[in-house]
Ligand binder design. Structure first.
Ligand code: G3P
Length: 263
């Protein structure tokens, strides 16, 4: 299975001055995570790539949210009762929620974005790095096709079977695997062989779980190394020294100031 893709070539070309700065859930240090405000801010900083989380509502709309529960990042507790799950809520319910007030009053009224509006905010200036959390392969492909974004984004998941299936349904799609997983605590040779079989051109791993040898092994397998989540100078310097290609951060402005790559 070929894992090459023009997007990975573009990322490789952008790594000249050190790891690419990847905004984690947008500029989530200064805006509510996974909202259009966070995505627009990171885009305007000039980051090359933005990571964000995607799940499906009960009625099949793909939206940007990290947690299964709506409580932490919306006012669902007051509107729907405590403990409401995104998977049990309809799009009509979700789009009425305030996804900004929990962060600060300046962002009151911010909404939970759909995958489509997130893509429209990022493209063409940033590469959307879409983390599948829930939803079917077909739902993602339909959304990307409708947005004209099939060639422009990377789909990743901790569920490597999802990655394999979505890529087999659309060989033009750039995909990445996330780890560690229950099966693979490290990016071992066995793990990388399976990642390659899935079509992944990038391995996205917890930063402080990687060794130099891991990075060399991933590069030898012709895949990029992306990491999560680093918000301090020491971590960025360490990632550069170890040869990481891309690093997720909640504070992309500080990461760019510290010398990470921009677009
Ligand atoms: O996508 C990288 C990182 O955010 C993965 O962890 O917990 O946010 O899904 P998590």
């Amino acid at each position: 299975m070929t894992t090459s893709h023009p997007l990975f070539d573009r990322l490789r070309a952008a790594t000249g001055g050190g790891p690419i700065v990847v905004a984690h859930r947008g500029d989530s240090m200064h805006h509510p995570e996974n909202t259009l405000a966070a995505f627009a801010a990171a885009r305007d900083l000039g980051v090359v790539m933005q990571e964000f989380d995607v799940q499906t509502t009960r009625d099949g709309v793909l939206v940007c949210m990290h947690d299964e529960s709506l409580d932490r990042t919306t006012d669902a507790c007051q509107r729907l009762g405590p403990g409401a799950l995104l998977a049990h809520a309809t799009w009509a319910e979700v789009q009425r929620l305030d996804a900004g007030s929990w962060f600060d009053q300046q962002h009151a009224g911010e909404r939970v974005p759909t995958l489509a509006t997130a893509l429209a905010t990022m493209l063409p200036r940033c590469v959307p790095l879409i983390e599948h959390k829930t939803g079917t392969e077909v739902a993602y492909l339909d959304a990307l096709r409708s947005a004209g974004a099939m060639q422009a984004c990377i789909v990743q998941s901790f569920d490597w079977q999802f990655v394999t299936t979505v890529r087999s349904l659309c060989p033009d799609l750039a995909v990445a695997v996330l780890g560690p997983t229950d099966r693979f605590r490290t990016p071992s040779s066995e793990a990388l062989a399976i990642a390659k079989q899935s079509g992944a051109g990038m391995v996205h791993w917890q930063a402080n779980a990687l060794t130099r040898r891991d990075v060399e092994r991933i590069h030898a397998a012709d895949m990029l190394v992306c990491t999560y989540t680093t918000d301090d100078e020491l971590g960025w310097a360490g990632g550069k020294a170890l040869g990481f290609d891309a690093m997720c951060t909640n504070d992309p402005a500080a990461a760019l100031r510290s010398g990470g790559g921009s677009s």
